[in-house]
Design a protein around this ligand. Structure first.
Ligand code: ADP
Length: 266
């Protein structure tokens, strides 16, 4: 059975003056254990799609189901035990500590009085250690770097212990070492069964770590398939209007893209 089913999804922001819908008739399914990357130019609707999958925006039209159950049937608390979300931007006026922010990921599991259990604390400490954030645990999130904050928000989603992890641009603020460390960890939990859907600008990272790519353009799906099916120069050109060269065959036989900025895109 499909874990996620999205059928004929369309969306527009209220009051939008755009001539086209932000998302237009999107349909795809995701199976348990897939690592899917959603790629596309700026403004193609990637973040909006992810927010709808995260139940943060309601679809204007279409059907979404999770484990065969319609999205509208879920209470938020139950939904957030299955789906976690790492937003692209995170702000907090209140100077919460790193520990407190990560602990918020355990909210769906808090008891009737809203208190955390020893197990919640244990989970938070384990993930802080895993992502090398222990030393920052008691620092305010307003006093850490953008890359550290990105890891904190990823940690908050990891402690949520969900079947599906949605990530919006998880590597933007990370240096190369931390990109590789985070993506290696994502791949590890994906291999252990977690389903991952990641919106990214980093085509090369996506090619290395995901099983499948969905290319979005102007709110519609342009291509959807495995890396070997859709990672082609022609599809990159159609999606991004750039000319590129794709080389297959790093040690894992995975492709990497090189831009060809001096050749006009035909
Ligand atoms: P992407 O993630 O691919 O860059 P977005 O989903 O962020 O695209 O945006 C898709 C379109 O929706 C863009 O035209 C953007 O201007 C518009 N948009 C995004 N957020 C809002 C909003 N809160 N209100 C109105 N329009 C929005």
């Amino acid at each position: 059975m499909n874990l996620l089913e999205i059928k004929n999804l369309s969306f527009n922001y209220p009051g939008s003056t755009l001539s086209k819908r932000v998302l237009n008739d999107i349909s795809f399914n995701v199976k348990k254990g897939e690592f899917v990357s959603i790629l596309g130019p700026n403004g193609s609707g990637k973040t909006t799609l992810l927010k709808i999958l995260a139940k943060l925006l309601p679809p204007a039209r279409g059907l979404l189901s999770l484990n065969g159950i319609d999205y509208s049937k879920f209470k938020l608390k139950d939904f957030f035990k299955i789906v976690s979300y790492v937003p692209q931007k995170f702000y907090s006026i209140f100077p919460y500590t790193v520990f407190e922010i990560v602990l918020m990921g355990r909210t769906p599991y808090f008891g009737a009085y809203g208190f955390e259990s020893d197990q919640d604390i244990y989970k938070v400490n384990t993930v802080l250690k895993l992502l090398e954030l222990e030393e920052l645990a008691h620092k305010s999130i307003n006093e850490i770097s953008g890359g550290e904050l990105q890891k904190v928000i990823i940690a908050r989603a990891l402690v949520q212990d969900t079947e599906i992890l949605l990530l919006d641009e998880p590597s933007t603020h990370l240096d190369l070492k931390h990109q590789v460390a985070i993506f290696n960890h994502l791949k590890k939990i994906n291999t252990a069964g977690k389903t991952i859907i990641s919106v990214s600008h980093d085509i090369n990272l996506s090619a290395l770590y995901s099983d499948r790519i969905i290319f979005l353009k102007e709110g519609s799906i342009l291509e959807d398939g495995s890396i070997s099916e859709v990672f082609t120069e022609e599809i990159i050109r159609k999606t991004f209007d750039v000319s590129s060269k794709i080389i297959w065959g790093n040690e894992n036989s995975l492709p990497q893209i090189f831009l060809n900025p001096f050749r006009a895109s035909e």
